[in-house]
Design a binder for this molecule. Structure first.
Ligand SMILES: [Zn+2]
Length: 337
């Protein structure tokens, strides 16, 4: 499905300074030759890069630096089908020297077909091997006229200093939870409590928030994780082992369960601290939050949060799954009133 109006600066939320700079580079036709757009996944670097490329190539750019969205170039960009935009991709796991030679070096010397610039978008550019980076370096040191190289990366520290020094480094900033939540509510019509939950799990990434908002599984998993918590609150020793078994039955969802548990106990602690729902993420669960706040002292909640977060860290390593979960459960139950 093609949405011809996707790539506009006005559609990018946050990052105002950055948008201003890119708009003016496009409007006054003064782009640098090489850019690195850096941000964790889902934070909109692909969108920002394509919007910038679209505005550079636009045949009818507006006074605000927005692309017109109507000319043949703009339409081509939207459908990723603009002859003067080249998407450089890895043919193997990483971008090797042959990829750079074939997809960049050999093409950079050829004049653009139709539009003002020849724009290379190098996806996952931080996976370039050292040899690939050196091959690219030669081209970006003496860039052919009207070539613009836009590299997308999650980890700019992986670039050679020589490459970095030739590029304008653009870091996209994570968005605040309230910014994301109000976007979900106002632009996507998502109901407030759901929008809040999704944005608090998105860690500053709008892409991730949208994905969560769209996922029934996410909501079901949350309900299940919360049911495990409530069950645990009431359970005896046998019940604790049973809860551990339930974790293991849904092993692939452990990460999301632990996230949910963490967030729930964090909410309880917030409620205990402030006595109102101001800082509560899961406002739809106020009754359960209040109940848990009566059950636990603050120091218990700190201990529980530590236990959950220790389990999260442990599970990223190659540890015994069952033992980690059981440990966590025992620590959660340790000194309940
Ligand atoms: Zn245009």
């Amino acid at each position: 499905m093609t949405d011809y109006n996707k790539y506009f600066f006005k559609n990018i939320i946050g990052n105002d300074e950055l948008k201003k700079n890119l708009r003016s580079a496009a409007l006054y036709s003064r782009p640098s030759h090489s850019y690195i757009f850096n941000a964790p996944g889902g934070m909109g670097k692909h969108t920002a890069a394509l919007t910038f490329a679209k505005s550079l190539q636009c045949e009818n750019i507006t006074q605000s630096g927005e692309p017109c969205g109507k000319c043949s170039s703009c339409i081509g960009v939207e459908s990723e089908n603009n002859p003067d935009m080249i998407f450089v991709k890895a043919t193997k796991k990483t971008i090797g020297i042959d990829d750079i030679r074939e997809q960049v070096v050999n093409k950079a010397g050829i004049k653009s077909f139709k539009y003002r610039y020849k724009i290379f978008i190098i996806e996952n550019a931080d996976t370039m091997t050292v040899a690939a980076q050196n091959a690219l370096l030669k081209t970006i040191e003496e860039p052919p006229e009207n070539c613009v190289f836009i590299m997308l990366s999650e980890n700019y520290e992986r670039f050679l200093p020589t490459v970095l020094s030739r590029c304008v480094l653009i870091k996209l900033m994570p968005l605040g939870e309230t910014v994301i939540s109000s976007y979900l509510q106002n632009k996507c019509g998502i109901e407030a409590s759901r929008a809040d939950i999704c944005s608090s799990f998105a860690r500053g990434s709008l892409g991730k928030a949208l994905q969560l908002a769209d996922s029934e599984e996410f909501i079901t998993s949350r309900e299940y994780a919360l049911s495990l918590i409530f069950e645990l609150n009431k359970s005896d020793l046998i019940g604790m082992y049973e809860t551990a078994d339930k974790f293991e039955e849904n092993k692939d969802k452990t990460e999301i369960y632990l996230d949910m548990m963490y967030l729930f106990y964090r909410d309880v602690l917030m409620y205990k601290n402030f006595g109102n729902d101001r800082f509560i993420t899961g406002k739809d669960k106020m009754a359960q939050i209040r109940m848990a706040a009566n059950m636990y002292e603050k120091r218990d909640l700190f201990r529980i949060l530590d236990a959950v977060s220790a389990a999260m860290t442990a599970l990223t390593r190659n540890v015994n799954y069952k033992m980690t979960i059981e440990n966590m459960i025992f620590k959660i139950k340790e000194k309940k009133k």
